[in-house]
Ligand binder design. Structure first.
Ligand code: NDP
Length: 331
């Protein structure tokens, strides 16, 4: 049995030495009510970086030398729990372990015959829900409006843009390679894309791509990209602050423009979003996501890395943009 623990709190960008893979030769036995799980797919997510630091946040930090947790799809390989049968697949927050014992609390059964198991960590999981709920609850999209999404070729961003297209918006995505920009337009139906790494002037490129201005900005990255969008927002614009990956590894406070003048002169709304605040709305959101997926209106891409030991590197690679769509590790 293998476990990955947090070996040290990353300083700046995480490195492989911040993680340690421990192999133990122990037999896991079950008490009444428990199930034995074998990991099938492990999700790596930018937000885990926050939990690796000990700063106060909306969820407690990971403890040093203890297993890291994230979304995991696992197979029930033994059961003393009436709810779960051997052969069931479940999804939930679990330890980075090849095998573990659980009482089943917080685990959802997932159906391998309805969708590939990895999708329950992506489009039919936390990142799909984030896209749907962040866009609808804070973005409040209306047909004919213009939406800009940063981190557009990632798990959340690629779904935000597609949902906005379904709802009749003009959609512009910002991402870090030309290949990703082509994917946004060709595979996901975005109207335009901007490569922030090669753009000479992002502010002007956004203005060109959004001749009517920006009504909704779905922000996954923060930093200078988001500053450039602010120069282009319309009156009553909505800014969904979903994430800020460009600053997660900062060791000093970032230099940023002051957002207040932009918000005041445009009567704009800027609101932080945390998907777990909307648990009651997950079933309805999931109905829309799975319905659009079945109808072929929504699609997805995944970057699947093989091997339990590669979980830390897959996580680190998120900060270099190595993924297209959802990054998951197949065990
Ligand atoms: P992604 O799949 O988008 O992966 C991260 C992507 O971020 C990379 O592929 C990379 O793409 C981009 N990136 C990395 N570094 C930078 C940088 N310095 N500047 C700009 N872009 C960068 O991850 P997710 O879709 O899972 O998450 C997207 C955002 O949403 C994150 O900020 C995450 O924390 C947040 N989130 C928030 C949730 C909430 O409830 N609030 C829930 C889920 C996610 P590129 O090649 O384009 O640079």
């Amino acid at each position: 049995m293998k476990t990955i623990v947090l070996n040290s709190r990353p300083k700046g960008k995480p490195t492989s030495s911040d993680f340690k893979c421990i192999t133990e030769d122990i037999e896991l036995t079950l008490q009444k009510g428990e199930i034995l799980l074998e990991a099938a797919y492990v999700s790596v997510d930018p937000y885990l970086r926050g939990r690796m630091s000990d700063a106060k946040s909306y969820i407690p930090p990971f403890e040093l030398h203890r297993p890291i947790q994230s979304g995991v799809v696992a197979k029930v390989i033994a059961s003393k729990n009436v709810v779960f049968e051997v052969g069931d697949f479940v999804s939930g927050m679990l330890d980075w372990k090849t095998k573990q014992v659980s009482i089943g609390a917080g685990l959802l059964k997932v159906d391998a015959s309805k969708a590939p198991l990895s999708t329950y960590l992506g489009i039919l999981g936390m990142t799909g829900l984030t896209a749907y709920l962040g866009l609808n609850k804070i973005g409040k999209p209306k047909a004919g409006e213009t939406l800009v999404v940063s981190g557009a070729a990632g798990a959340v961003g690629s779904v935000v843009g597609q949902i906005a297209k379904i709802l009749g918006l003009h959609v512009i995505g910002i991402a870090g390679t030309d290949e990703k920009i082509d994917m946004l337009k060709d595979k996901f139906g975005f109207d335009a894309g901007i490569n922030y790494k090669t753009s000479k002037n992002i502010k002007e490129d956004i203005a060109k791509a959004a001749p009517n201005g920006v009504d909704i900005y779905f922000d996954n990255v923060g930093g200078p990209i988001s500053d450039a969008v602010l120069f282009n927002i319309n009156r009553f614009a909505r800014i969904v602050v979903c994430g800020a990956i460009s600053v997660y590894n900062n060791t000093e406070l970032p230099k940023s423009i002051s957002v207040q003048p932009f918000l005041v002169k445009n009567s704009a709304l800027m609101q932080g979003f945390i998907v777990s605040n909307y648990v009651d709305e997950f079933p309805e959101a999931m109905q829309h996501l799975s319905g659009w997926l079945a109808e072929g209106k929504l699609t997805y891409t995944e970057t699947i890395v093989d091997g339990f030991e590669n979980i830390p590197n897959a996580f680190i690679d998120l900060f270099d943009g190595k993924n297209k769509g959802k990054m998951v590790v197949k065990i």
